[in-house]
Write a protein that binds this ligand. Structure first.
Ligand code: NPW
Ligand code: K
Length: 505
């Protein structure tokens, strides 16, 4: 699914109005109907709503939703800045329609201090949407501060008020902290970054029927991987296949005290379906690897750590989990990279070794996949002020080096060598544990070995990892789930994928 900027969303709105038989006010009515239906369906206990409406079209949506909820049996109160003030054309129409209902009182923001809010009331935020052009100030800032202090459930229409759609104002700006954000038609970039995404609560994307033609033909650099996109990338197994059809994958990792990382990565390669799996590890890991992953073959690369990276170049390689940074490992890895030109997966200590010297960046073979978490990214490419700037730097580096960067985060970002960005939607805080990254390395190495393109390996692999983690969290909770539980759930994700593909035939 494409992500558009606020400006592109405005054009999408205009394009829909001029190319389809729908007027601006009808489009607002359609959007508001979808919002009111969602609220009415989901708010079983709360049958009272108080709406805060701005003067633009986001406020217009709020005024229409107020009317619709009233007609669905809600108790409704509405606050605006000044009922006699200037509203956008469509908001004025909806204010007039609301006035025809004598049971709904329209009050001024400055009356809010004395407003009795009880636990059964929901707050609906329709102050600002995609038209916000600067941080909130003065009266709006005070109002949102007041709303944020209330313990009531808050639902934002389209965008939490005060939050920019595409950017990050600054850490001190005031933003309405919603429990739910009901957003129109597409994800907004600010929902997907940690500094700004923390205001949205649960995001629900509502289809309001904006033009598909515009969506198809409008270019963007930013995308989200939703489930249907991931399913479209899945290659089901051919019944006539043999192990030779699914590649040879090798994990190079492990050192004394860090063998677990190599085990997790190797297991993940196996459970993601590679034809043949190898683990190149130091001798001290022989028993644990052969016992925990009997399906994988062992290649000795040293005694307590790896110093010898000598392997069959036919293999698809993932290097890094538990590798350590012994001097001989460093020398061995850099020497190996000098002679190796095919795309491979680099993670963890492999990235730390590379980041010792900027010149090493050139040793990463083109089209390789690197999977840094924010700290590893910083060691590689330098510090940035926030995650928006980090992503922009990653785009520059991915283009410069011709590589894929999997920037691990709550919504992991995949950056391609042409600078396209794919935000992942699966995964949860249960992944914030040692070992989760090793699993991802295994998954990616396995998919690459099976013939997925580098791009699809990243997009599908990151989705798969997150989906398995979501299944694991459901069973074990985010607190207790272990990376091993995530590996165990890969099978259930594949079962679901196969069912979906079979059904759609
Ligand atoms: N896209 C679609 O398809 C559809 C969109 N719809 C809805 O329209 C919404 C977008 O509406 P919108 O463009 O009127 O903008 P909105 O957010 O209401 O605010 C604009 C006003 O706020 C002002 N203003 C800005 N910043 C400010 C600040 N910090 N403090 C104070 N004022 C500030 C700004 O003035 P200015 O920047 O010129 O000073 C302007 O007057 C969208 O989110 C969705 O809800 C649906 O109805 C139908 C389908
Ligand atoms: K809003």
């Amino acid at each position: 699914m494409k992500i558009f900027t606020a400006e592109q969303i405005r054009s999408w709105d205009q394009f829909t109005i001029s190319h389809e038989p729908i007027s601006s006010i009808q489009l607002m009515e359609r959007a508001s109907t979808v919002v009111a239906n969602w609220i009415s369906e989901h708010c079983k206990v709360h049958r009272k709503a108080v709406l805060f409406c701005g003067n633009g079209n986001n406020g217009g949506d709020g005024l229409a939703v107020a009317r619709m909820l009233y007609l669905k049996g809600f108790d409704v109160d509405v606050f605006v800045n000044d009922p006699k003030g200037k509203f956008s054309e469509d908001a004025s129409v909806n204010l007039e329609r609301l006035r025809e209902i004598s049971e709904i009182s329209v009050r001024k923001f400055d009356e809010v201090e004395h407003y009795p809010l009880d636990d059964n009331t929901i707050i609906i935020d329709a102050l600002f949407g995609t038209g916000l052009s600067r941080p909130l100030a003065d009266g709006y800032k005070e109002l949102v501060d007041w709303i944020n202090r209330k313990d009531t459930i808050k639902i934002s229409i389209d965008v939490p008020s005060g939050l920019s759609t595409d950017a990050f104002f600054d850490r001190d700006s005031v933003v309405l902290k919603a429990n739910y954000t009901l957003s129109f038609q597409c994800w907004k970039r600010s929902f997907l970054h940690p500094e700004t995404g923390r205001y949205t609560g649960k995001v629900i994307i509502l289809n309001i029927g904006l033009s598909e033609e515009y969506h198809e033909n409008t270019e963007t650099d930013y995308w989200v991987t939703d489930d249907s996109f991931a399913v479209s990338l899945f290659n089901p197994r051919n019944e006539f296949a043999h192990k030779g059809n699914y590649g040879k994958a090798i994990i190079i990792g492990g050192s004394y005290g860090k063998m677990g990382a190599a085990v997790l990565a190797t297991k993940s390669v196996l459970k993601t379906g590679a034809g043949l799996t190898f683990a190149l590890a130091p001798q001290c890991g022989y028993e644990v690897l052969q016992t925990s992953c009997p399906e994988a073959m062992f290649i000795e690369g040293g005694q307590q750590f790896i110093s010898d990276f000598n392997i069959d170049k036919e293999n698809t390689i993932g290097i890094g989990p538990g590798l350590g940074n012994h001097k001989d490992t460093q020398t061995g890895l850099l020497k190996f990279l000098k002679d190796y030109q095919s795309p491979l997966v680099l993670d963890a200590d492999a990235l730390n070794i590379i980041s010792e010297d900027q010149k090493n960046h050139q040793l990463i073979p083109e089209k390789s996949i690197i999977t840094p978490h924010p700290k590893e990214f910083e060691r590689l490419f330098g510090k940035t002020e926030n995650s928006f700037k980090r992503l922009e730097l990653a785009r520059v580096k991915a283009k410069e080096l011709g590589i894929y960067i999997v920037l691990k985060d709550h919504h992991t970002q995949i950056i391609t060598p042409v600078g396209d960005v794919y935000y992942n939607l699966t995964g949860n805080a249960g992944l914030a544990k040692g070992g989760s990254g090793d699993i991802l390395t295994g998954i990616l190495t396995s998919l690459l070995a099976q013939g997925y393109s580098e791009k699809n390996t990243c997009i599908f692999g990151v989705w798969l990892h997150g989906k398995a983690a979501d299944f694991a969290a459901e069973k074990h909770s985010k607190e207790s789930m272990l990376p091993t539980d995530v590996i165990d759930e890969l099978g259930n994700v594949f079962t679901e994928l196969n069912n979906k593909v079979e059904r759609s035939l």
